[in-house]
Design a protein around this ligand. Structure first.
Ligand SMILES: [Zn+2]
Length: 628
């Protein structure tokens, strides 16, 4: 508790300055206040009584967000608001208008508007709102209307849990002397502060930070587990955060005085992990905290999300700062913000000594062989996020052949860059040094207020910093031109060989024509269904795609077993096909099978070779612990 008080004391002067400036503008300016109640949690809705003050003569424009920090598609949270009434400061009822589907406009007030509304939610994940008799799981954009034009105004939230519920509050919002009242210094901080109300179990630990001050961490678990179980998980998390600290060299300053892991593991949860500035919200139906295996299985999402407290929350790409709540956000650099985080997640688990079943780094195969690389670079994949990240539409998409997740793509770039930096420097420089430079340059300086990042980076900045770190502008330019902004891939076989790993074709003898899903039609022909035919495959070159029917294969009537048996044929074999188009037109085509290009990474010891001393040392310096 003492560390909490010390941290808050450090913050108070900055908050006070912001409040003073506003007090001059509006004499009776109080924070926007939300009173939250749960009259019928079994019906999955809550009531919010929002009081907006200091409005002066301008209309209140109360908006529901259309997006949520850490998510890149629009989510239309407004649809779940089902009842709203407005009052002035004297309690007289006011009318409102709806200029668009996301806004409630109130005029004719006395400088204060009290807006009371109800909102439904029943999806436990990192994006939405979920209310039931066990908890209220709040992602703030899904629940709270904010006043447009008042982004810098402080916010106060007062929760009243259902009677007899034993609910407590877990959140990165600033605590007060009342356990159910919290504050946020501004809208960006508020919107980024997921909140869990339940009878959760909490475990707390501290780790010394580089500045000598202890950093405090809280595990808040709404799960089937005892205090001892959550404490056992906390031990794993403590070991991991020490390993994570070693990458950038220090923990950030956590403004409320602590970083909070909000873990929700109930059987009806969706699987999700969402990063925030001083917390993460992780949900899953999976892990049981009662067993060592269950606790270990929780660690991969924890590792990924915690690395975000540097990478994306503070080392932040320009397109996400400040986060636009009115629509989708676009950025150049999710390949770094998400992809590098994806790379570090398992790598840091391995450095922390957690047992793993697979390799502690990603295979570059999905990127090397990804059809999407024919048309989009890693930057362009990032720019496509609004349509790929839990986006919904009714028409089919071609994402299977035009898109590679920026997680996968970026993780492969991270692998290539880590091994390249080690290669050109005789293992003196690594991706850790690059992340540390980005942290010192863009993350650590902070912003004007908690929740704001003062120096978001651009794509150009990333290239420049790599030139600076490596002392080799040509290397940096080539790396970005080819692998980040271009569509080439690094020479992973050579790079991995340094650490004694072999990149090889998994089944070079297998005939391959690409991923084409077929379904049997009533007349026996095979129709292509599901997703469009990937680029640069024998099937694409043969002109087969969605809606076509394959009538014969090598002059035999096509059957699923004949089609599937093509995979047993040899590379170079030519297959004769009769294809019927949607309009009934018949065309004859040939398809030349290729060698299956799928790649695997194997340790040289498993590939029948011997690990040299140099490879062993390289592997240890890459994958071994950095905690002294
Ligand atoms: Zn992530």
């Amino acid at each position: 508790m003492s560390i909490v008080r010390r941290s808050l004391a450090r913050l108070l002067p900055a908050v006070a300055i912001v409040m003073c400036a506003e007090t001059q503008a509006f004499a009776q300016n109080a924070p926007t206040t939300y009173r939250v109640t749960f009259p019928e949690p079994e019906h999955h809705w809550m009531q919010v009584e929002a009081t907006y003050t200091g409005l002066g003569l301008v209309p209140l424009k109360a908006r529901m967000s259309r997006s949520s920090p850490g998510r890149y598609a629009v989510h239309e949270f407004s649809k779940n608001v089902f009842w709203a009434e407005a009052f002035n400061g004297r309690g007289q009822k006011l009318s409102y208008t709806r200029p668009d589907p996301y806004e409630w406009d109130v005029t004719g007030h006395d400088g204060t508007v009290r807006l009371v509304y109800k909102v439904f939610g029943d999806l436990v994940d990192g994006t939405y709102l979920a209310i039931d008799t066990t908890h209220a799981h709040l992602n703030i954009p899904a629940a709270f209307m904010w006043a447009a034009g008042f982004d810098d105004k402080a916010i106060k939230v007062i929760f009243t849990p259902p009677a007899g519920s034993n609910w407590k509050v877990g959140t990165q919002l600033y605590p007060t002397s009342d356990p159910f009242t919290f504050t946020a210094p501004n809208l960006q901080y508020f919107i980024d502060s997921p909140t869990e109300l339940s009878n959760f179990v909490m475990s707390t630990f501290t780790v010394p930070n580089a500045d000598g001050q202890p950093a405090t961490f809280r595990i808040v678990a709404h799960a089937d587990g005892s205090q001892a179980d959550v404490d056992a998980l906390a031990k794993l998390v403590e070991r991991l955060v020490r390993e994570q600290e070693a990458v950038c060299g220090e923990f950030p300053h956590y403004e409320p005085g602590y970083y909070t892991f909000l873990l929700d593991y109930m059987p009806w949860d969706d699987g999700d992990g969402m990063e925030h500035r001083n917390s993460t919200c992780i949900t899953s139906a999976g892990p049981s905290l009662k067993t060592p295996q269950g606790r270990l299985s929780a660690m991969s999402t924890i590792s990924h999300e915690f690395f975000h407290n540097w990478n994306v929350e503070r080392i932040r790409p320009a397109g996400l700062e400040p986060f636009n709540l009115r629509g989708a956000n676009i950025t150049c650099c999710l390949w770094l913000a998400e992809g590098f985080t994806q790379y570090y997640g398992p790598l840091l688990q391995a450095r922390a000594g957690e047992p793993s079943r697979g390799l502690p780094f990603p295979s570059p195969n999905p990127v090397i062989n990804g059809s999407g690389r024919e048309v989009r670079s890693a930057v362009q994949m990032s720019e496509y996020a609004a349509f790929a990240d839990a986006a919904q539409s009714v028409d089919p998409t071609d994402q299977n052949r035009t898109f590679i997740s920026y997680y996968t793509y970026g993780a492969a770039i991270a692998l290539g860059l880590d091994l390249s930096l080690r290669e050109i420097s005789g293992n003196k420089l690594s991706l850790d040094d690059y992340m540390r430079l980005l942290w010192k340059t863009y993350g650590k300086p902070g912003g004007l207020a908690p929740g704001l990042v003062g120096k978001p980076y651009t794509l150009r900045d990333l290239r420049d910093r790599l030139g600076e770190l490596s002392g080799n502008r040509k290397f940096a330019d080539e790396f970005f031109d080819k692998y980040v902004e271009g569509r080439e891939v690094a020479d992973y076989a050579r790079l991995l060989q340094q650490a004694g790993y072999v990149l090889r074709q998994r089944s070079p003898q297998a005939g391959w024509f690409g991923a084409v899903n077929v379904q049997v039609l009533p007349d026996g022909a095979l129709t292509v269904v599901g997703t469009p035919t990937p680029f640069a495959t024998p099937a694409y070159d043969a002109g087969i795609d969605l809606g076509d029917a394959i009538v014969t294969v090598d002059d035999q009537p096509a059957t699923s077993s004949i089609w599937n048996a093509l995979r047993q044929r040899k590379p170079g074999d030519v297959v004769k096909l009769t294809i019927r188009r949607r309009d009934g037109a018949i065309v004859n085509k040939t398809m030349t099978l290729k060698s299956d290009p799928a790649l695997e990474v194997v340790a040289i010891e498993q590939a029948g070779g011997t690990l040299s001393d140099a490879q062993k040392a390289f592997r240890e310096s890459w994958l071994g612990t950095k905690v002294k």
